[in-house]
Write a protein that binds this ligand. Structure first.
Ligand SMILES: CC(C)(COP(=O)(O)OP(=O)(O)OC[C@H]1O[C@@H](n2cnc3c(N)ncnc32)[C@H](O)[C@@H]1OP(=O)(O)O)[C@@H](O)C(=O)NCCC(=O)NCCS
Length: 161
């Protein structure tokens, strides 16, 4: 895939059917179009949703919640036909940049311990494990891994002699 054709932009209400399809395909505990529609309708700065588009086809979406300077990665999903092509990485990178832009100093997430693809993506993007919720995913009998990434910009101190 030529990533130059990939466009990442803020999600709009008209993206709802595609996002809902990807949500259903990617998550066992999907919330459904009503919840997604509520999320898309918020205009109080408490969240940000983005879609990834490849040649006008919606191939991924992500959702962050902003709580007191913390950006919580609520969801990220790539259409299964387009996984493994670098789109998740570009989309997550966009969400990290956006979190910084929105003034967040940290980004946090929870992931099922068996979700190797997601865990490897998060590690690659600089997230580290900071804790676990034992047996959080009841159906799979798996732990939730808590990860975070500091977003604060680097301070450079120059001293002039
Ligand atoms: C997790 C997910 C978003 C990754 O998206 P993707 O577009 O396939 O990922 P990319 O192609 O950008 O891969 C980026 C990195 O992620 C890791 N990765 C991706 N797929 C992987 C796999 N199947 N196995 C191991 N590592 C994987 C690798 O580190 C990869 O870097 P590399 O190509 O240099 O090895 C995608 O698999 C998905 O939508 N999964 C279902 C939904 C989900 O579980 N979301 C996360 C929980 S909220």
């Amino acid at each position: 895939m030529d990533n130059k054709e990939l466009v990442i932009r803020q999600a709009k209400l008209y993206d709802l059917p595609a996002m809902s399809r990807m949500e259903r395909e990617s998550f066992d505990s999907y919330q459904g179009p009503d919840e997604l529609s509520k999320e898309l309708g918020k205009s109080d700065g408490s969240n940000y949703l983005a879609v990834a588009e490849l040649a006008d086809e919606k191939v991924g979406y992500a959702n962050i919640h902003i709580v007191r300077g913390e950006s919580q990665l609520y969801a990220i999903a790539i259409d299964s036909r387009f996984r493994g092509q670098g789109i998740g990485e570009i989309l997550l990178s966009h969400m990290i940049d956006k979190s910084r832009e929105l003034g967040c100093s940290i980004m946090t997430l929870e992931v099922r311990e068996g979700n190797t693809a997601a865990i490897e993506l998060y590690k690659k993007m600089g997230f580290t494990e900071v804790g676990r919720r034992k047996g959080y995913y009841k159906k799979e009998r798996e732990d939730a891994i808590l990860m975070d990434k500091e977003l604060a910009s680097i301070e450079i101190n120059l001293s002039v002699e």
